[in-house]
Design a protein around this ligand. Structure first.
Ligand code: ZN
Length: 301
C-alpha cells in the first residue's frame, strides 16, 4: 500500500524488536462518518463512539487470524449511557451507543468515564473461529478516558504493560477524524511465548511508553499525516522499527434478513404472535445500522 493511502481508514502494525515492543496505530475518517450517519447522536456520544471505533480497530489489528472478531462492550448499572457496543471483523467496524439524552444534557464537555457510565464495566471479547476459541476479559470502566480503561484491561486482564491513546474530533468541514495508538511490551517476543516474565520495571518498556505517550491528539487526528510518518516522528531514534502490512478499514454491518428470520423462527408460536405489529408484520431493527426488517409471520415456518 503506497504511503498516500496510510492516512485514513487504515491500521498499521509496528514492531520495535530491540525493545520487545509491538504497536498498532490507526486512523478513521469516512468510517466514523458512515457509522454516525446511521444514528442521531449528540456530539458527546459521537465523540465517544468515534474513539471506541478507533480502539476496536487497534484491537482488531492485533488479531493474527483474518477471521477473528473483536467485540467491545461497555455497560453500566445506572449511567447516562446504558450500553456501548462496537465490533471488528475482517477490517469491518460498526457500533452503537444506547443512552438517555436527558441525563446526558446535564453533563458538561469532556466528561470523565464515571460521569458517562456511572459504575460501568468494559468487556473485550476475542473470538478465534478456526481455533474455536473465545476469550473475554472484563475490567471496571475507570479513569479519565476510554484509552485509560483499555490500558487497565491489558494490565489487569492480560498482564501486558500497554499504553493506549485515543483522540477524535469533528473537523471544520463537518467530517470526523479519529486516531489512536496502542503499544505493548512483550519481553518474550511477539509470538506465543511464555509471558510470565513480563515486568513493568523492564527498562525498555518505560522508554517505549514515554515515546508513544508523547503523541499529540492533533497528530492522531490529522488526516494529512500518514501513519508511517507518525511512527517515524515518535520512534526515529530507535535502531530498528518495522511496520507490518496495513489493514484497510471499512464500515460494515452483518445484519442479514435471512439470519433475522431464522432467529425469529426459533421463538415459540405464541411469542411470535405477540411480536406482530398493527400491519401484520414482525418488525426487527438492527441497532448497529438502524436498518429495519419487516418479516411476514406466515413465511417463517
Ligand atoms: Zn445492521
Amino acid at each position: 500500500m503506497p504511503t498516500t493511502e496510510l492516512r485514513t481508514d487504515v491500521a498499521l502494525g509496528v514492531a520495535i524488536p530491540f525493545r520487545n515492543a509491538r504497536g498498532r496505530v490507526a486512523r478513521l475518517g469516512p468510517v466514523v462518518d458512515q457509522v454516525l450517519s446511521n444514528h442521531k447522536y449528540p456530539p458527546l456520544i459521537e465523540k465517544l463512539l468515534a474513539e471506541a471505533l478507533v480502539l476496536t480497530a487497534l484491537l482488531g489489528a492485533l488479531l493474527k487470524e483474518p477471521g477473528g472478531q473483536i467485540t467491545l462492550q461497555a455497560q453500566t448499572e445506572a449511567g447516562a449511557i446504558d450500553l456501548m457496543v462496537t465490533d471488528y471483523l475482517a477490517g469491518e467496524l460498526r457500533g452503537y451507543i444506547r443512552h438517555d439524552p436527558e441525563r446526558l444534557a446535564d453533563i458538561g464537555p469532556n466528561p470523565s468515564l464515571f460521569a458517562l457510565f456511572g459504575k460501568g464495566y468494559l468487556a473485550i471479547t476475542f473470538d478465534h473461529p478456526t481455533m474455536k476459541e473465545r476469550y473475554q476479559g472484563i475490567v471496571p470502566l475507570e479513569g479519565e478516558s476510554l484509552g485509560h480503561a483499555a490500558q487497565s484491561f491489558f494490565a489487569q486482564s492480560e498482564q501486558i504493560p500497554s499504553i493506549v491513546r485515543l483522540a477524535a474530533e469533528k473537523r471544520d468541514d463537518g467530517h470526523w477524524s479519529a486516531g489512536g495508538l496502542l503499544f505493548q511490551h512483550l519481553p518474550e517476543g511477539e509470538e506465543g511465548r511464555d509471558r510470565l516474565h513480563t515486568r513493568l520495571d523492564h527498562p525498555d518498556w518505560p522508554h517505549v511508553a514515554v515515546l508513544a505517550g508523547s503523541v499529540k491528539n492533533e497528530e492522531l487526528t490529522d488526516p494529512e499525516l500518514p501513519l508511517d510518518d507518525l511512527v517515524w516522528r515518535l520512534f526515529h531514534d530507535e535502531d530498528e522499527v518495522r511496520t507490518l502490512p496495513a489493514i484497510h478499514l471499512t464500515r460494515g454491518c452483518r445484519c442479514d434478513p435471512d439470519y433475522v428470520r431464522s432467529v425469529i423462527a426459533r421463538f415459540p408460536a405464541d411469542e411470535r404472535k405477540a411480536m406482530v405489529g398493527d400491519d401484520g408484520m414482525i418488525h426487527v431493527d438492527c441497532e448497529f445500522c438502524s436498518s429495519s426488517f419487516a418479516i411476514e409471520p406466515g413465511k417463517l415456518s
